[in-house]
Design a protein around this ligand. Structure first.
Ligand code: KIV
Length: 272
């Protein structure tokens, strides 16, 4: 298949909308630091998400709740400095947008001003509508996030697949339409049955990016460290491993230790 958007020099919300229109799938990955983002920038990745999964991956927390806006801004500005082509989205952390739309706008403005990112992402449907509307009113593109919303883990009590019951499935469908009508440019749908995700992607006109939501959506997102095999002990069914980089890193470090101990490093050419 010819990829229609491969030649664009900068991915925008319009490009993403066109991809959906033409049936070209959107590839999205997370990044939290300059080095990894530089590697992503060498590719044709469409969207880079500075996810609040940084709380887990970079900071070792069990949930995404503790990460702060200041920390997200440091991660996001490092990523933005490395990315030229991809569209960069930054997660709004827990506590910076729920229940107070003025605070939501102030948080989103800080993200946009201090990082140079292209858009923000936040979790939830109707309950955060006022915040979404206020952020959008300032001209800031918003990506929604429905299904498993990790910032609500204490309400769910589990990371199991969501919306398997009719009531919750109907609520997710309702919220997807709310996000579209509000003016979100795209949404993430996390860990819901593939049939539900496919239905939502066909009903809404904005791109739906899935994670654990099957292939009937408009694109996929994974956490970079998960798909590269760097993250240990995280093996959900939806995760495909595209590398064993964690193992490569451990082996390289082990080899370095051994070379230092045996005075094999540095050699004659590696000294002055
Ligand atoms: O924070 C994150 O990495 C995310 C993705 C899993 C969608 O929200």
């Amino acid at each position: 298949m010819a990829y229609l958007q491969t030649d664009v020099t900068k991915v925008t919300t319009r490009v993403l909308q066109n991809m959906k229109l033409h049936g070209e799938k959107i590839a999205m990955l997370t990044a939290y630091d300059f080095s990894m983002a530089q590697l992503l920038d060498r590719t044709k990745i469409d969207v880079v998400l500075v996810g609040d999964s940084a709380a887990n991956v970079m900071e070792g927390y069990k949930t995404t709740l503790p990460i702060t806006l200041d920390e997200m801004i440091v991660y996001a500005s490092s990523v933005v400095r490395a990315i030229n082509r991809a569209f960069v989205v930054v997660d709004m952390p827990f506590g910076t947008y729920q229940g107070n739309s003025k605070q939501a706008l102030a948080s989103a403005i800080r993200i946009m001003k201090e990082t140079g990112a292209d858009a923000v992402k936040l979790e939830g449907g109707e309950e955060v509508l006022e915040s979404i509307q206020r952020i959008l009113s300032a001209g800031i593109p918003v990506m929604g996030h429905l299904g498993l919303t990790p910032q609500s883990i204490n309400k769910f009590g589990t990371y199991a697949v969501r919306a398997t019951e009719e009531d919750e499935a109907n609520r997710v469908i309702h919220d997807a339409h709310i996000l579209e009508e509000a003016g979100c440019f795209a949404m993430v749908l996390e860990k819901v049955p593939a049939s539900l995700a496919t239905r939502i992607a066909s009903e809404v006109k904005i791109p739906v990016i899935g994670i654990g939501a099957g292939h009937g959506v408009d694109g996929q997102v994974l956490v970079l460290q998960d798909m590269l095999g760097i993250t240990q002990q995280f093996k959900p069914r939806y995760l495909r491993l595209y590398g064993h980089i964690g193992e490569d890193i451990s082996n390289a470090i082990q080899q370095y230790i051994s070379d230092v101990k045996s005075v094999n490093f540095p050699n004659e050419k590696e000294q002055y």
